[in-house]
Write a protein of this length. Structure first.
Lengths: 528, 175
C-alpha cells in the first residue's frame, strides 16, 4: 500500500488550483477533464434524444402532425451528428481520460494543456451545430452523412455544420494523440503492452484509427466547403467532379468511425465481465489480436455503404466478402466473453446487467450487419428502416449500453459513493424493454420497405411505427432516471467501500484509495 | 528522468502530428487516384470516345426509338437537338446534330453531361463523337452546331423499344 501513501500526500496539493468556474476552465487534471467530457456528452445525449423524440412523435401516426418535412429532415440530420460526434465519441474520450492514467499507473495524460484545449473545443462545436437550427434556412438537412448535391446546396446551416465537424475533428485528433502518447510512453514500470487492461488496449487501437481517418474527414468537409464557396468542383458533375467520390471518401472515414464508437465499448465490457464473473478474461491475447484485426479490416470495407451507388460486380463482391470477414474477429470476442462467464461465480449488479445486455443485443446487431453485407439483400434494404434498426442495435445497445455499464462500474471509484442498486437495475430493465420495443419492430418496417428520412408513410406501416414511437418515448424517459441515479449518487450516495467489486483486479482498484485522489500515481506503482 | 520522458512525449507528438498531416493530404490524394482508377477500369469514362468496331452487326429486324433531350442549368444558353427523335436499327451508326446559342454578351465555357434512360443504356451505347467530350467555349451571341455519332448495340435487352439520350449543359468556373 506504499502507493496509497504517496497519493494521499499528493492530495494536499488540492488547495493550489483555482476554485469555482475557473477551476474547470483552466484545469489540466485528467480527472476534471474526464468529468467534463462525460457531462458534456450526457448533455449532448439529451439534446440528440430530444431530436429523436421529435422524430418519433412525428412518425407516431401517418401524415404530417408536428414537424414540417424540412424541419423533420433537420431533426434526423442533427440527431445523427449530435449523437455520433457529440454524445458517443466524447463519452468514450471521457472514460479514456479518467481511466487510462489510472489503469496504467500514470500521474496524468501526456499533454495536459492540450487535453484541456481538446475538451473546450467541444462546446464551441456543439454551439455551432445547435445554433444552426436558428439561422435562415435552418440546420443541415441532407442526412448525417451530408452527401452532395444536397450538402453543396444548403444554406448557412450547412456551413455551420462543416465548421463544427472541423472543430470536432481537431478535438478528436488532439485527444487521440494524447491517448496514444500516454499509453505508449507513460506506463508504470512492469506494465508491458501485453499486461495492459483490455480497455487500454481497445483505446490505443481506437486512437490510432482516429488519427488515421479523422484527417480524411477534415479533408472531405474542406472540399465540400471549397465546392460551396470557392468555385472548386470536387463533387460537382458540371465542373468535372463526381458526387460518388464524396461517398467513397466519406465512408473511408465513416466505416472506421463506427469501430471507433464500438471498440472502447468492447474494452469496457472486457473489464466488467471478468470482474463480475470473478475469473480472468478468457483469451486475453486473442482479444488483443481480434481488436487489431477488426481495426485493420474496418479500413477496407467502406464501400458496403454504397452498393446501390453504382459499382462493378467485382467491387461489390470484394466489399461483401471483406465485410463478412469482420464477423470472424468479432465472433472471437463474443466467444471469449461467453467463455469468461462460463462457470464463473457470477453476480448481476447493474454494470454486469448492462454488459450481458450489451453482448446479447450487440450480437443481434452484428447478425443484421452480416445480412446487410450481402449485396442482393442490401440492395433491397438500402436506406430502409432495416438499416436503422441494424445500426441502432450496435450503437445504442452496443456503444451506449457499454457506456452505462462503465459509468455504474467506475462511479464508486470516481466519487467514493455508491449508486442506488435497485434504481440501477430498474434503469437496465426499462432500457432493455423499451429499446427492443423501439427498434426490433423497425426490422419488420424495413423489410416491408419503409424508407428512412421520411416524415410520412404508407398506412400499412402505421401499427409498427406506433409501437416503435411508444418504445422510444419510454426509452427517452428512462434515461432521465439515469440522470437522477447519477446525481443522487454524487450528492448523497452511500459511502463506497475501498473495493466495491471484489473481483476487480486492475490498478485503479488495487493500488488507489476510493475515491481516487485528485493527484494519483505521482510515484508510479510497480506492476508484477 | 522527467525531462527524458517529456522529450519522448514531444517526439511522439511530432510524429503523430506529421501522420495526421499525411492523412489529410491522403484525403485529397484520393481525388486524382479515384479519377485515375475510374479511367483505367473504364468505370466512369464520360469524356472518352469509344473505339469503332469494323464489322458491326446491324439487327435489321428490330426498330428502336431514340429520343433526344437537351437542357441547360444555370447558364444563358439555348440548347436543342435539330431532331427530337429517330427510328433506328440496333447496330446502325446514327448521326444527330445539336445546336447551342449563347444569348448573353459574355464569353462562357460550358460542359455537357450525358444522362440516359434506361440507366443501363450506357452499357449498350458506343459514342464515337460528342460535343460532351470537351468543354465548349461560346463567344457572345455565337451559335454552333455540333454532332453526336453513336451506335446502340444489338444486345440491348429485347423489351426496350424506346431510349432517351439527354444532355445538360453546365457553366464551368472561370468563364
Amino acid at each position: 500500500m506504499a502507493a496509497v501513501h504517496g497519493d494521499t500526500h499528493g492530495h494536499e496539493h488540492d488547495d493550489h488550483h483555482p476554485s469555482g468556474i475557473m477551476r474547470w476552465v483552466t484545469t489540466t487534471n485528467h480527472k476534471d477533464i474526464g468529468t467534463m467530457y462525460l457531462w458534456f456528452s450526457f448533455t449532448m445525449f439529451l439534446v440528440g434524444g430530444f431530436l429523436a423524440m421529435g422524430i418519433r412523435a412525428e412518425l407516431y401516426q401517418p401524415g404530417i402532425q408536428i414537424l414540417e418535412p424540412e424541419l423533420f429532415n433537420q431533426f434526423t440530420t442533427l440527431h445523427g451528428l449530435i449523437m455520433v460526434f457529440g454524445a458517443i465519441m466524447p463519452a468514450f474520450v471521457g472514460f479514456a481520460n479518467w481511466q487510462v492514467p489510472l489503469m496504467i499507473g500514470a500521474p496524468d495524460m501526456a499533454f495536459a494543456r492540450m487535453n484541456n484545449w481538446s475538451f473546450w473545443l467541444l462546446p464551441v462545436a456543439a454551439t455551432l451545430l445547435i445554433g444552426s437550427f436558428f439561422v435562415p434556412g435552418g440546420a443541415a438537412a441532407g442526412g448525417w452523412t451530408f452527401y452532395p448535391p444536397l450538402s453543396t446546396q444548403g444554406g448557412l446551416g450547412v456551413d455551420m455544420m462543416i465548421f463544427s465537424v472541423h472543430i470536432l475533428g481537431a478535438s478528436s485528433i488532439m485527444g487521440s494523440i494524447n491517448i496514444i502518447t500516454t499509453i505508449l510512453n507513460m506506463r508504470a514500470p512492469g506494465m508491458t503492452l501485453m499486461k495492459m487492461p483490455m480497455f487500454v488496449w481497445t483505446w490505443l487501437i481506437t486512437a490510432y484509427l482516429l488519427v488515421l481517418v479523422m484527417p480524411v474527414l477534415a479533408g472531405v468537409v474542406t472540399m465540400l466547403l471549397t465546392d460551396r464557396h470557392f468555385g472548386t468542383s470536387f463533387f460537382n458533375a458540371a465542373g468535372g467532379g463526381d458526387p460518388v467520390l464524396f461517398q467513397h471518401i466519406f465512408w473511408f472515414f465513416g466505416h472506421p468511425e463506427v469501430y471507433i464508437m464500438i471498440l472502447p465499448a468492447f474494452g469496457i465490457v472486457s473489464e466488467i465481465i471478468p470482474t463480475f464473473s470473478r475469473k480472468p478474461l478468457f483469451g486475453y491475447s486473442s482479444m488483443v489480436y481480434a481488436t487489431a484485426s477488426i481495426a485493420i479490416l474496418s479500413c477496407v470495407v467502406w464501400a458496403h455503404h454504397m452498393f446501390t451507388a453504382g459499382m462493378p460486380a467485382v467491387g461489390q463482391l470484394f466489399f461483401m466478402y471483406a465485410t463478412m470477414l469482420i464477423a470472424v474477429p468479432t465472433a472471437v470476442k463474443v466467444f471469449n466473453w461467453t467463455a469468461t462467464m462460463w462457470r464463473g461465480s457470477m453476480t448481476f449488479e447493474t454494470p454486469m446487467l448492462f454488459s450481458v445486455g450489451f453482448i446479447f443485443l450487440f450480437v443481434i446487431g452484428g447478425f443484421s450487419g452480416v445480412i446487410c453485407a450481402i449485396v442482393p439483400i442490401d440492395i433491397q434494404v438500402q436506406d430502409t428502416y432495416y438499416v436503422i434498426a441494424h445500426f441502432h442495435y450496435v450503437l445504442v445497445s452496443g456503444a451506449l449500453f457499454a457506456l452505462f455499464a462503465g459509468a455504474y462500474y467506475w462511479i464508486p471509484k470516481w466519487t467514493g459513493r455508491m449508486y442506488n442498486e435497485t434504481l440501477g437495475k430498474w434503469h437496465f430493465w426499462l432500457s432493455m424493454f423499451f429499446f427492443n420495443l423501439t427498434f426490433f419492430v423497425q426490422h419488420f418496417l424495413g423489410l416491408a420497405g419503409m424508407p428512412r428520412r421520411v416524415p410520412d408513410y404508407n398506412l400499412q406501416f402505421a401499427d409498427f411505427n406506433m409501437i416503435s414511437s411508444l418504445g422510444a418515448f419510454g426509452f427517452g424517459l428512462t434515461q432521465l432516471l439515469f440522470l437522477y441515479i447519477m446525481i443522487n449518487c454524487i450528492r448523497s450516495g452511500e459511502k463506497a467501500p475501498q473495493l466495491p467489486w471484489e473481483g476487480a483486479k486492475t490498478l485503479e482498484w488495487t493500488h488507489l484509495p476510493t475515491p481516487a485522489p485528485y493527484h494519483s500515481f505521482e510515484k508510479p506503482p510497480v506492476v508484477n | 528522468m522527467v525531462t527524458s520522458k517529456s522529450k519522448a512525449n514531444v517526439l511522439m507528438l511530432k510524429k503523430l502530428l506529421i501522420f495526421t498531416l499525411v492523412m489529410f493530404v491522403f484525403g485529397y490524394a484520393l481525388v486524382p487516384f479515384y479519377e485515375k482508377f475510374c479511367e483505367v477500369t473504364g468505370i466512369n469514362n464520360l469524356l472518352q470516345a469509344d473505339v469503332r468496331v469494323k464489322d458491326n452487326w446491324v439487327d435489321e429486324e428490330r426498330w428502336i426509338t431514340v429520343q433526344f433531350d437537351a437542357n441547360t442549368r444555370g447558364l444563358p444558353w439555348q440548347f436543342k437537338p435539330l431532331q427530337t427523335s429517330a427510328r433506328i436499327h440496333p447496330g446502325e451508326p446514327v448521326n444527330v446534330m445539336y445546336e447551342i446559342t449563347n444569348d448573353s454578351d459574355r464569353e462562357i465555357n460550358g460542359q455537357a453531361i450525358p444522362s440516359y434512360s434506361p440507366r443501363f443504356l450506357d452499357k449498350h451505347l458506343k459514342k464515337f463523337e460528342c460535343f460532351c467530350f470537351t468543354k465548349q467555349v461560346l463567344k457572345p451571341n455565337e451559335t454552333r452546331q455540333m454532332p453526336v455519332q453513336f451506335v446502340i448495340e444489338p444486345n440491348l435487352p429485347a423489351d426496350i423499344d424506346t431510349v432517351t439520350i439527354s444532355y445538360t449543359f453546365f457553366e464551368l468556373p472561370g468563364s
